[in-house]
Design a protein around this ligand. Sequence first.
Ligand code: NAD
Ligand code: TYD
Length: 344
Amino acid sequence: MKLLVTGGAGFIGSAFVRLILDLREPPAIVNLDKLTYAGNLENLDPIASRSGYRFVRGDICDAPLVDALIQEERPDAMIHFAAESHVDRSILSPSPVIETNLRGTFTLLEAARQNHVPRFVHVSTDEVYGSVPRPLEADENFPLNPSSPYSASKAGSDLLARAYFTTYRVPVIVTRASNNYGPYQFPEKLLPLMISNALEGRPLPVYGDGQQIRDWLYVDDHCRAIHAALEKGREGEIYNIGGSRSLPNIEVIRKILAATGAPETLIRYVEDRPGHDRRYALSSAKIMKETGWAPQVSFEDGLAHTIEWYQRNTGWVARVKSEEYRNYYARNYESRSEHIEPAS
Ligand code: NAD
Ligand code: TYD
């Protein structure tokens, strides 16, 4: 068994590679990643020298490279994580988001079709449903209503993947997961940004009123669900993957402050994100019923473990907070509030 993973140097992709290579009889893994600002080979240090693992630096939009790699490696399945994954960056600079998420996914699907790859798992997101009004939960048939350039590009690639099944019978499975958190997450997303700012005594920028709701999924639970979908999912199907733990952002932030011992005076309410989705809510009944998967890590345990990881890995945090990060931070936050200080 051999898997071609894209985006395996990012947060979720690297967790998937580490998890899979720790199985009793692990498949071989080829990891194709461009190493953008979000890709980091340090995330793969624990497994980099394992036999059966190969890293290839390259762009998923590079059709000749993707085609040659598939012909050389003949993978049994492709697991497609690579993406520009951040809503705020997609608002500031939509172009790379459209290129990678749409053209990149098209390039991979086309290569899978031409080379008859036996299985293609497309890693999508619950953000394709847009804001879900109370008291509803989105199941897999819920209408798509994406709000940001990021979520619209993910909805487009998700639909294209399904069209490749319907039209060409490329054996596609689509997974739509809720907000992930855990170790190695780049400090642009809510949890790692708030944890790292709290640990450094820096302000915590809360968009709008902080009452937006997200469903939190521990990253290893997400990776186990993708593995279950790969092994037991049905071709042409969509599987929602939620953490079954919905919380308003401000409650998450207060939990982080309590756990790190940082004062509530660090909280800053700043100008809201344009097009901000108010509530994500997801039903994972289908994947639970069909594969037996269920989330194993409670939010309290996952958060405690994540905070401990960021406390122990200050070197990793310092290295990813590059000049590029500081520029992004200034662009995204300085115009929102005069109170926000530059990133360290
Ligand atoms: P990430 O930003 O941490 O990692 C993305 C990875 O893709 C990086 O290693 C980057 O170098 C690579 N990449 C980007 N553009 C590329 C290109 N053109 N060619 C090759 N590699 C490229 O993202 P993540 O949080 O790990 O998300 C992984 C996937 O899961 C994405 O498809 C995302 O939409 C989806 N997802 C994420 C979440 C979440 O909460 N983070 C939730 C649901 C779904
Ligand atoms: P994020 O981690 O960017 O994920 P997504 O937008 O894909 O759900 O944000 C999670 C929530 O946290 C979202 O409601 C926006 C909010 N948020 C803040 O209030 N402040 C911040 O600095 C960030 C990054 C996010």
